[in-house]
Design a protein around this ligand. Structure first.
Ligand code: 1YM
Length: 651
């Protein structure tokens, strides 16, 4: 095969060839899709569940493009019993003509060419998310089959593909009153490790798209046997409705009744921001560029933050809430309890960072900042009652921060939070290179004792935990600094918390929570996770936090001893060892002697560790607010909804 072909599959940029590169023959076109099948990860990130769902997003993005052009108002996504999915819109439909550059039907070009973008060849732009227009062909290449039906200008066209290749040629099927595109495809089992769609994953994304495109109706339905379900998503209020929805999930009181909404209007580049404060202590700011989440923020978030701080300080001074001698409110003060959604749309969005989820265009910072400098100031002038409540909230945050600073200085002076002082109860390890070491946080002194005796002290450190860990969901930072249960953990980890947090000072590569498999153990686990999530989030994000999995049973027959981690395993071992074997349930870690603890739970060769991950930050936020906040009803609802969990979590 020609050299060029090798280059074609070498990098993603290579796939991004100018249309003229494809002119000579459609064999080259198929080679392009062959590259997608050879290196699917390069186009959709992964071939696990994430990539599987990505296929749906790519097709939906094309429908959303049509919504954004103002010629489509309904998108229907259906999960079919055979494992395929159907996406249908009521837009213009893909034109039925021949593409002059390739001599192929336009529809075929869209679905088989790697660079057939939304406005293929006409120099237009595309603002919906996705793979810059290559999405449909990538989804096609990675599908066992795909069937496309397009109703355009009174005619119905269709074409069928198998693994990206034409299986039934493009044809006109006659006349129709309908208009729009309907795509059905079945992800390829040769490509994906997982083939089952998760309804909730799709629901989250579809809901996000419905919020970002005010007025569109997205219907998601599951028609798989025993899974029947549907959601009709339609939000006239756009991102203002999104903020309202997020605050409803948080189960706290809103500080002011209305949602602050600002926009630069529709012409590109455009920016929209919606804000509402609640009485929690955390901030929820989510941002989008061209309907794609920018998890790592970027220039739009920077503009948002600097304008928010500036406008609120100016306003606080003008109404006399801040006197001449008072220091300004900090960025953190004005963001305590904020829920905000930022959405910008532009041509040529530049994405930075490894995950391409950080917006880089510098002009957007000014756009958002200028808009908020004017519109937020206007809002505060026109709504002084809300304005005052927001300033009071920021002042309260500022006072708590000041108290926290004092508490920290006090503790600093005693140097309890500095890496130089280690907690008395810590049994440290010999190894100093953090990436090689582990810290076990162990519930109770007796289990702590067994862990100390059983560990490999070259790389394993033990910190026994005494008493109840503070529930940080109900406490501000000043309380955290003064808390006797948390101080030893902060000291041992060495990386500080909140503003002072510095991951490079982390003293251990793995932080392993080891607690009993009972109600108290679950409580300690969730309290520690709440603490890490709210004050040392990067520990979880960077994959440092783990849960130890102690066995539930010891099964023995004479001298033979085996451990079981669940009921099924226990029964299997009993069957294996014969009728004379006996199973004992461990009541707690403390019951295990040091050797047993090492063998079952701490020895890296045999143990199982569960890594704690944040799959969906909003869902985590909801879970922590519901479970650990001070309202009872949301906690009951959450537990009822997630009953499987609740058995272990029992708060
Ligand atoms: C269920 C997925 O793909 N709808 C869809 C796609 C297109 C159009 C309309 C469309 C776009 C334009 C003009 C344009 C696409 N057309 C093209 C291409 N739904 C779905 N609906 N006419 C129709 O962007 O100018 C690519 S996508 F290339 F033909 F323009």
């Amino acid at each position: 095969m020609a050299e060029e072909w090798k280059d074609l599959e070498a990098t993603a940029e290579d796939a991004d060839l100018e249309p003229k590169e494809y002119e000579d023959s459609n064999i080259r076109v198929l080679e392009g899709l062959e590259a997608v099948r050879k290196r699917p990860g390069m186009y959709i990130g992964t071939t696990s569940a994430g990539g599987l769902h990505h296929l749906v997003y790519e097709i939906v993005d094309n429908a959303i493009d049509e919504v954004q052009s103002g010629v489509c108002d309904t998108v229907r996504v259906t999960l079919n019993p055979d494992g395929s999915v159907t996406v249908k819109d009521n837009g213009r439909g893909i034109p039925g003509g021949i593409n002059p550059q390739t001599g192929l039907p336009t529809l075929e070009v869209v679905y088989t060419k790697l660079h057939a973008g939304g406005k293929f060849g006409d120099g237009g732009y595309k603002v919906a998310g996705g793979l810059h227009g290559v999405g449909a062909s990538v989804a096609n290449a990675l599908s066992e089959w795909m069937e496309v039906v397009s109703c355009h200008n009174g005619q119905k066209f269709s074409e069928r593909f198998t693994r990206g290749e034409v299986a039934r040629p493009f044809a006109c099927e006659g006349e129709t009153d309908d208009h729009g595109v309907c795509v059905t495809f079945k992800p390829d089992g040769e490509i994906f490790e997982v083939l089952e769609f998760d309804y909730d994953t799709l629901l989250n994304r579809m809901r996000e798209q419905a919020f970002l495109n005010a007025g569109v109706r997205i219907i998601l339905e599951d028609t798989r046997p025993d899974m029947e379900r549907s959601d009709d998503l339609h939000y006239e209020g756009g991102i203002a409705s999104y903020v309202d929805y997020l605050n409803t999930l948080k189960h706290c009181e809103r500080i002011h009744p209305d949602i602050i909404y600002m926009s630069t209007g529709k012409s590109l580049p455009s920016a929209e921001v919606a804000i509402q404060y609640n009485d929690s202590y955390n901030e929820t700011v989510i941002s989008f560029a061209n309907s794609m989440t920018t998890i790592e923020g970027g220039t739009h978030e920077t503009g948002f933050r600097s304008a928010l701080t500036r406008v609120l300080n100016d306003y606080a001074r003008r109404i006399g809430a801040l006197k001449d001698a008072d220091k300004n409110l900090s960025g953190e003060d004005v963001r305590e309890g904020i829920t905000a959604v930022i959405s910008i749309k532009m041509e040529d969005a530049q994405f930075e960072s490894q995950t391409k989820s950080k917006l880089g265009n510098s002009e957007i910072r000014t756009l958002v900042e200028n808009m908020m400098n004017v519109k937020l100031a206007e809002y505060l002038e026109e709504n002084p009652a809300s304005g005052k409540l927001i300033i009071e909230k920021a002042l309260a945050a500022s006072r708590a921060r000041e108290a926290a600073r004092k508490a920290r200085e006090m503790t600093r002076r005693k140097s309890v939070l500095e890496g130089s002082t280690l907690p008395g109860k810590l049994a440290d390890c010999q190894e100093r290179r953090a990436d090689l070491t582990e810290l076990y946080l162990v519930e109770g002194d007796s289990a702590g004792g067994s862990a100390k005796d059983g560990r490999d002290s070259r790389f394993q450190a033990i910190l026994p935990l005494r008493g109840k860990v503070l529930n940080v969901e109900k406490a501000r930072l000043d309380k955290v600094y003064a808390n006797q249960s948390l101080i030893p953990i902060i000291q041992a980890l060495g990386c500080g918390i909140g503003e002072d947090f510095d991951i490079t000072k982390l003293r251990y590569g793995k932080i392993i929570i080891m607690a009993d498999a009972d109600v108290d153990g679950s409580h300690i686990r969730i309290l520690l996770l709440t603490f890490f999530f709210r004050h040392m989030k990067q520990l979880i994000e960077d994959g440092h936090v783990y849960l130890a999995q102690p066995p539930l049973y010891k099964v023995h027959r004479g001298k033979i001893v085996k451990y079981a981690f669940n009921d099924a395993e226990r029964d299997r071992i009993i069957a294996e060892l014969g009728p004379q074997s006996e199973a004992e349930r461990y009541k707690g870690l403390g019951e295990m002697d040091p050797d047993q603890l090492w063998e079952t739970t701490m020895d890296p060769t045999y143990r199982t560790l569960l890594k704690v991950e944040i799959n969906d930050a909003i869902a985590c936020d909801e879970a922590f607010s519901a479970l650990m906040g001070d309202q009872v009803e949301p906690r009951r609802e959450f537990i009822e909804k997630n009953a499987k969990f609740a058995v272990n979590l029992d708060i």
